[in-house]
Each structure stands twice: as structure tokens, then as C-alpha cells.
Design a protein around this ligand. Sequence first.
Ligand SMILES: Cc1ncc(COP(=O)(O)O)c(C=O)c1O
Length: 388
Amino acid sequence: MSDFDDLDLGRLHELHSAKWSHYGPEVIPAWVAEMDFPVAAPVREAVIAVANRSDFGYPASIEHNGFGDTVAGWADRTCGWKVDPSAVTILPDVVRGLSVGIEILSRPGDGVVIQPPVYPPFFGAIKEKGRAILENPMVFRGGRYEIDFEGLDSAMADARVLILCNPHNPTGRSFARSELEAIAELAIRHDVSVIADEVHSPLTLPGASHNVFAMLGDEVAARTLTVTAASKAWNFGGLKCGFAVSGSPEMTAALKALGHFATGGASIVGIEATEAAFNRGGPWIARVIEYLDANRRLLDELLKLHLPEVVYSVPEATYLGWLDCRALNLKPDPHTFFLKEAGVAFSAGPMFGTQGEGFVRFNFATSGAIVTEIVERMAAAVTRARVG
Ligand SMILES: Cc1ncc(COP(=O)(O)O)c(C=O)c1O
């Protein structure tokens, strides 16, 4: 029995996070991408150490706090990725990385390609900067989501930037090296820069392996800004610390030139939690991966048993299930139906693009018992609606 099995809904409902405080105690939230597991001991100890020192001032600059070396050490150990510590820029979070990346790599009015359904702030970050959203939707083929390379070729012909989400939220794809090479070839041919959001990469599950886009060669690296964080995989999104790795000194200089309002905002707690995660959080993440591996299959079994009309392709990475509920014909839409009739809050599919109509995103980073209860609630609600 794992301590991840031992989650209590009453205690979780006492949390102040948006995930747990937005709905009342009658609802099980499975929406915001956070895990319900107790945080890794090294991360908890790092946060307590900051509190014990009353060290809540503004953080030292990256030139003084060694964060670049922390990132370089982690990248090398986990992926063999050789990161120059001076290419690292600290950010408050990954979404800020999308925003500043768009700013330095394109001009207002330029096209930015995304591959929906995709993490909702991809749309917002492009709009906020006055760039044009160019959609190349993922296609569902042979039981999994794939990139439409013909569509990508024509979208990239009109674009300055591609935002690559790998692993991909919400479909759970971890792109194969051959897929990334094909993207890289198009980026070079069309002279497009790539913002590679790899925040879910430490949550790559057995059977898949993460390929760092910037490792596909010098020419690829030079046009890639990687944006990531420890906070997704080690579950401390609210502590505020992400970072960008620039593929060229020009990118680093451009980020620096944006100044504090654009790139500042990380906290000492977030920085030290990140160091703890990267340097001492390996055993914890290994347990999480084992647990999520079991949960992604448990969800598959439960859906096949109770709701066989739902289409779910088991994710290769992340703890997110992208459920196609269209065959259930739920009114007014699956998200509202499950919230009102089952007492379960998913992320509504259309938030991820128009391709998400009729879908919900199921966050299964919780105990197996809670995953089971959620699916049983869904099935009971569907049965009641059919009988009624
Ligand atoms: C692909 C992707 N990028 C970025 C984020 C958010 O990261 P942050 O909270 O660091 O902005 C998420 C959160 O789920 C995500 O799925």
C-alpha cells in the first residue's frame, strides 16, 4: 500500500487551492492539473527551511544564486542535455515563458502555430501579444493523437513561431524522436522559431521516453526556446518558479532586455523548492510515475467496464485523460452534465479549442479509490439520465 492510496476527501476539501476550494464538498474536483499526493519530503523540507530562516525577501539574481548550475545539472543527469548555465532565465512560471518567448521571437501581427486541443493559455498568450493564432489540430488516428504534418507544413509557411507542447496536454502524447525531427525539419525550412513547452517531461510514463527538442542538433537548438519548471512534476505550481533555456546568446540577451516586469516574479521558496526537486526529488518522482502508470490503466479498465462508449487513449505522459464523450450525447455538454449530475468537476473540453466539444479532461493524479469513485459516479449519472 502506497501513501498515495491514503487520500481523504474531507482533508483534501480543506485545501485552499483553486482545485479544491472552488466547488463544495459534494463535488470531487478532477480539473486543475495538480496532484493530490503529499509533496516530496525534500521539497517540503526546503520550504520549511526558508520559513525557519524568515527568508521571504526578494530573490538574488541568477548570477548569484546558482540556479543556472542547478538546471544544467538536472538536464544533463536526466536527459544528457548539455545546458549552458548562462542560457537559463528564471521566470515566475511557464506561462510567462510562453508570453516572453512570443514577444522576443515575433512581432505583432505575426502568425504563431499551435496544435489544439491544447493547454488553454497557449491561445491567450498569443492573443495577448497581438499575434495571429494559426491552428494545426491534432488528428486522432489508429487510436491515438498524431500531428498532421501536411497541415503543419502549410501553417508554418505563414508563421514566425511554433509553440510545441511535448508532452502534449491534454492528449498525453509524448512525441517520438521521428515526429520531432519532422517538426524540426519544417522549422528550419520555414525559418520558424520554436517555443518548446516541456513542463510535463518528468511525468513521461513507462513505455515512452522524453526527447528534448533542443537536443535535435545545433541548428534546431539555435531556434528553440525551451520553457519548463519543476513545479508541474513535483506539484508546487503555486510557489512560482519556472525557467527558460535559450538556444542562442541573442535570445538570452533579448530576454534580459525585456527587464524585470517581464521576467521577474519567481520567489525564494519556488527557487529552493525547484533545487530540492531537481537535486533530491528523484525517488519521489519515481514513485509518482509508478502510481500514475497504474492509474492510467485503472481508468482504462473502469471506463471499459462502466462507460464503454467513452473513447480514451491511454496517455504516454502526464496524469491527464482526454475523454471523448460524444457518443454519450450528454446535455447540455459533458462538463456541465458530470458536474451537476455526478458531482465531478472535470476541465471542459472546449477550453482546449473547438476540437474539445464533447470532451472532458480527467485528472487522475489522485488515489486509485478516488479515480474509481469518480468513474462510478459518472456511470451512475449516465444510467439515471437514460432511465429518466
Ligand atoms: C503544457 C503546460 N504548460 C504550462 C503549464 C503551466 O505552468 P505554470 O503554472 O508554470 O505557468 C501547464 C499547466 O498545466 C501546462 O500543462
